[in-house]
Design a binder for this molecule. Sequence first.
Ligand SMILES: [Mn+2]
Length: 426
Amino acid sequence: MKITDDHIGTTNKKLSASHETRFDVLRKMLTDQGKDVSAILKKLETFQVAIPSWALGAGGTRFGRFGFKGEPSRLEEKIDDVGILHKLTQMAGAISLHIPWDVPEDYNAIKELAQSHDIVFDAMNSNTFQDQIDAKSSYRFGSLSNVSKVSRDQAIAHNIDVINMGTKLGSKSLTVWLADGSSFPGQANFQQALQNTEDSLKTIYKALPDDWKLFIEYKPYEPNFYSTVIQDWGTSFMLANACGQKAYTLVDLGHHLPNTNIEQIVSTLMMKGKLGGFHFNDSKYGDDDLTVGSIKPYALFLIFNALVYGMENNPKNPYPAWMIDASHNIKDPLEDLIQSLEAIQEAYAKALLIDQKMLAAAQEEQDVVKCQELLQDAYRTDVRPLLEKARLHKGGAIRPIEAYRDLKIRAHLISERGENSTASGL
Ligand SMILES: [Mn+2]
């Protein structure tokens, strides 16, 4: 199903008057506070977040998976789904592919399809956390860190294949997430595992085109429960430095132990010019992969405050690659992704409201109360009319979830794809 401008126009019509009223009130209030509303709108309009191909179907847990009707079963259908999200929200103009789940059969056809939806190819993701059917060597005991050179070489070759596929699609980055680690003390030699990983990453890095970036993701535990080879941002940062200028750390919000101060990690990495990528999700306990902003919206806002500061003050840090990395077990994946996109944009908009000059002055004066007031004033502002206006300017839906339901998009997808389609790779 392809959503047209007419579809959007019809669903926007009934919401338009109320939107204008609320936007005018907010614009006046922000303008009175000395804020440049059109500059904020411009930033919101250009902000794009990539959708990973694996988030478009139902995920699962190790206890089971409940499929979702009308799931995209082919790469073409996944791109169509991102097209729907982008048309409604105007902020999902990129898809992130996972290899081998999304190997294109016809590269040109895939590129044309993406172009027709105004979608580009974000980071390519390699997969060395499961064995493929025809694999010569197993990753049971790790991939880039494995004590077996045969397994390491196979994992290196796979990553280089992924780079080559991405080059054909116009992608500019490779994300490496390793499941490598150990589940029992004594199982692995920490130093040897880290050295093997560094050497393997350096070999992959050598195959990286000049205009590409390598993103190194970290995670403290799972699937291994005693140690993970790249367990924290410091290890990722160290490996990125060992590889070179084109290698960066990738922060995934779910890949931290509870209560970790992620905004401080973001600040440190940006100060050092090494925050390359960002994966959004939310969690209560661990890597729960829940809808962005559903559990800790204030933490997300504080993270965005650090990101906004870094984007303005750390020119050495590249513009980060934004992506949602979530899993949907009970909600319609497309509705869940719309909620995540809105939560991200909302946190960004609120962070843009913080008066950085006044905050710096209050910090200088050691006025702790004023500092908190400045942050919370921004956080307590209902910025949703700004988000609506940014979407409207670009031809999107005033309220994407409502539009999605009005247009009965899931019912259309089910009639096109059937009730039992399964997203490939899941
Ligand atoms: Mn991730």
